[in-house]
Design a protein around this ligand. Structure first.
Ligand code: HEC
Length: 257
C-alpha cells in the first residue's frame, strides 16, 4: 500500500514538473482553431491538402525538407499518378554510380523521397545565419497543439519590436525572437483552384498538409475504428436479445414455482 501511495505521489510530482516547464516558456498560447482532421471522425480536406503542398513547394521548401514523404505519397492527397510523376520529374535526385564510379543525377521518380533543400545540417545552418530550419515532416506532432502552434507562428509576426540582427519578432515562438523571417504574405501564391491566397488561408492550408505528413494514416485509422465500434454495437444488440431469449423460459418457469 505504502509503495502504491509513493508511486502515485511520484507521478503527481512528475506531472507538476512537466507543467511548470511548459509554464516557464514565455511564448503566447497558440490561437485555438478547429481543424477538419480533429476528433473521432476527422478527415483531411483534399483541397486544403493540395493547396498546402503548393505552399510547401513554392515557399517552405527553400529552407525546410519533408524527408519522410515520397512523391508516390502525393497520390494519397488527391494527385493523379501522372501529376505526381510530373511533380517528381521537376526535382533532381542522386542517381546510380556511372561506369567510372562517379555519382550521377537524374530526374525524380515516384518512389523517391522529396529531396531536402540542404545536403546536411551544417549547410542548412550556413544558409540561415546559423539557425537550423528543422525538417517539417513530423513538426505538427513534435510541438504541443502542433497545428494551432504552426498556424499561430506563421500568422504571428509583428513589426516594431527591438530584435537582434537577422531575427524577427513572433510572440508565439519561445523567447519571441525567431531566426525565420516571415515566410508568408497575402497573395504570395496563385492557387490553381481560385481560392484567395490570404495569409490566413495559406497558413491554414500548409498546416493541413503538414498534419497529413505527420500522420498520413489518420483517416484509415478512423475508418477502422468506426468499423470496430459498429461491429461491437451490433454484437451488443444481438447478445442482448439472445440473452433474453435463452433466459425467457427459465424465468417463466421460476415464476410458476
Ligand atoms: C528562408 C528560409 C525559411 C523559409 C522559406 C521558411 N522557414 Fe521555417 N524556419 C527557418 C529557420 C532558419 C528556422 C529556425 C528558427 C529558429 O530556430 O529560430 C525555421 C523554423 C521553423 C519552424 C519551427 C519553429 C519551432 O517551434 O522550432 C516551423 C514550424 C517552420 N519554420 C515552418 C515553416 C513553414 C510552414 C514555412 C513555409 C510557409 C517556412 N517555415 C518557411 C527558415 C525558413
Amino acid at each position: 500500500m505504502k509503495k502504491i501511495l509513493l508511486a502515485v505521489f511520484a507521478s503527481l510530482m512528475m506531472v507538476g514538473a512537466v507543467s511548470s516547464v511548459q509554464a516557464a516558456s514565455d511564448a503566447e498560447h497558440p490561437k485555438d482553431l478547429s481543424w477538419g482532421f480533429e476528433g473521432f471522425t476527422g478527415t483531411y480536406d483534399r483541397g486544403a491538402l493540395q493547396r498546402g503542398f503548393q505552399i510547401y513547394k513554392e515557399v517552405c521548401s527553400a529552407c525546410h525538407g519533408v524527408k519522410y514523404i515520397a512523391f508516390r505519397n502525393l497520390m494519397e492527397i488527391g494527385f493523379s499518378e501522372e501529376e505526381a510523376k510530373a511533380i517528381a520529374a521537376e526535382y533532381i535526385v542522386a542517381g546510380d554510380l556511372d561506369e567510372y564510379g562517379d555519382p550521377t543525377e537524374r530526374a525524380g521518380k515516384l518512389f523517391d523521397y522529396i529531396p531536402s533543400p540542404f545536403p546536411n545540417d551544417i549547410a542548412a545552418r550556413a544558409g540561415n545565419n546559423g539557425a537550423l530550419p528543422p525538417d517539417l515532416s513530423l513538426m505538427i506532432k513534435a510541438r504541443p497543439n502542433g497545428a494551432d502552434y504552426v498556424y499561430s507562428l506563421l500568422t504571428g509576426y509583428e513589426d516594431g519590436h527591438e530584435v537582434a540582427a537577422g531575427m524577427s519578432y513572433n510572440s508565439y515562438f519561445a523567447g519571441s525572437e525567431i531566426a525565420m523571417g516571415q515566410p508568408l504574405f497575402d497573395d504570395q501564391v496563385l492557387y490553381a483552384d481560385g481560392t484567395e491566397a490570404s495569409l490566413e488561408q495559406m497558413s491554414q492550408d500548409v498546416v493541413v498538409f503538414l498534419a497529413w505528413a505527420a500522420e498520413p494514416t489518420l483517416e484509415a485509422r478512423h475508418k477502422a475504428g468506426f468499423k470496430v465500434i459498429s461491429f461491437l454495437l451490433v454484437l451488443t444488440i444481438l447478445l442482448y436479445f439472445s440473452n433474453k431469449k435463452v433466459w425467457a423460459g427459465i424465468k417463466a418457469k421460476k415464476k410458476e414455482d
